[in-house]
Design a protein around this ligand. Structure first.
Ligand code: ATP
Ligand code: MG
Length: 357
């Protein structure tokens, strides 16, 4: 899959734009406030029906407009796809795939998997564990059939068990049944995550080696409950403690991912730029593992916090991968310098208008 053409109307400061994209690298330069991130956001919105900057959707609609529209033309082998989404200020949305109305935004993500890489991506390691679990889920959603259903079923059991805990009902038969089912689902999620990470780890190691200048970067995973103990047994033994707290303390919802460099926690010893290199490698490696389908990388502000060596390493990585990239930067010369001798398409943004450089 590659995104051949992107249209956006009334989206942030973009009035009406159309880009004919390169299946490889596309550079987008422009001054601060010109609309570079808005353009990446439009591509992300097309793949998810959401913004990557905010949970609220109103801000993506251009000031003074009632709705926004983003459309894309994609090519996958000999097949062509047209996808589009309109969103209005009442929160109503209309998603179309090849002209057919579609109710789930996740269908867009299946057709156009995207990953955003920006200066804030380091929060994946510096922040709380939730985004790290979402990171695992993104991978599983794209490679493991039936994962969405498993995820939804496990969360339903978790909600039910938590509800009974809050009601002080931890002695009931229903509580035991939900605990049992939750433990079963949690184990299946853990097995899927473990399998995913064993396929992912060697790819991550290759990517991180090609982008970062660090020795021995490794990824490990904790499942959310102690090794060697059955989760159902824990639920039985700790029902009183869970009831006091009012929620289930152990399980798949407490899993986490750790990155170490020479055995030390990366967040403790790495610089900002080094962390950015590691996080970008984590995300790029996920796209690499998702071989069934190409991933669209949305790379915001390539130059920030990266020296020339790192920028060029990312540039040569992007030149090698089969995945497509939209890469922004303030200075087009710096962008071009990252990808010497590569065929790239250059766009320039000014006041929400796109000019082909
Ligand atoms: N809903 C909206 N309607 C109109 N303009 C908006 C809306 N939301 C944001 N803007 C404006 O769009 C402009 C472009 O923002 P954007 O974040 O895309 O800039 P940028 O080119 O990425 O800048 P930088 O180099 O600083 O990252 C900003 O001036 C912002 O105030
Ligand atoms: Mg920006």
């Amino acid at each position: 899959m590659s995104l051949e053409r992107l249209f956006a109307s009334r989206f942030r400061n973009l009035q009406d734009i159309q880009l004919d994209l390169n299946p490889g690298i596309n550079f987008i330069s422009g001054k601060n406030g010109s609309g570079k991130t808005s353009l990446l956001e439009a591509a992300y919105f097309l793949s998810s029906g959401r913004s990557f900057r905010t949970l609220a959707l109103d801000p993506v609609i251009r000031k003074g407009s009632d709705d926004c529209l983003v459309r894309g033309e994609l090519k996958k082998g000999q097949q062509r796809w047209q996808i589009g989404i309109v969103r209005n200020r009442n929160g109503e949305r209309d998603i179309r795939i090849n002209g057919e109305t579609c109710s789930r935004a996740s269908e867009l993500a299946e057709i156009l998997p995207t990953r955003i890489l920006g200066p804030e991506s380091v929060d994946l390691l510096l922040g709380p564990p939730d985004p790290r679990r979402r990171f695992l889920n993104w991978g599983l959603f794209h490679v493991e059939q039936g994962f969405v259903e498993l995820w939804e079923a496990a969360n339903r059991c978790l909600r039910q068990r938590n509800q009974l805990l809050r009601e002080g009902d931890s002695q009931s038969r229903a509580f035991k049944t939900w605990s049992f089912q939750l433990a079963e689902h949690a184990l299946r999620i853990h097995c899927a995550r473990e399998q995913y990470l064993s396929d992912y780890r060697p790819i991550f190691k290759q990517v991180v080696e090609s982008i970062c200048q660090l020795d021995e970067v490794d990824i490990s995973y904790s499942r959310g409950w102690p090794d060697g103990v059955e989760l159902f047994q824990i639920y039985e033994n700790e029902a009183q403690i869970d009831e006091k707290r009012g929620f289930t303390q152990k399980g798949f919802q407490r899993a986490d991912v750790r990155i170490t460099v020479n055995g030390d926690l990366a967040t403790k010893i790495c610089s900002r730029g080094e962390l950015k290199g590691i996080v970008w490698s984590l995300i790029l490696a996920q796209g690499e593992l998702n071989r069934e389908q190409n991933t669209l990388y949305l790379i915001d502000d390539l130059a920030s916090e990266f020296d020339i060596v790192h920028r060029r390493r990312v540039g040569s990585y992007l030149a090698k991968t089969s995945n497509q990239a939209l890469v922004t930067g303030v200075d087009s010369r710096i962008l071009v310098d990252c990808c010497e001798n590569e065929i790239v398409t250059l766009f320039h943004v000014e006041h929400g208008q796109i000019l082909l450089s």
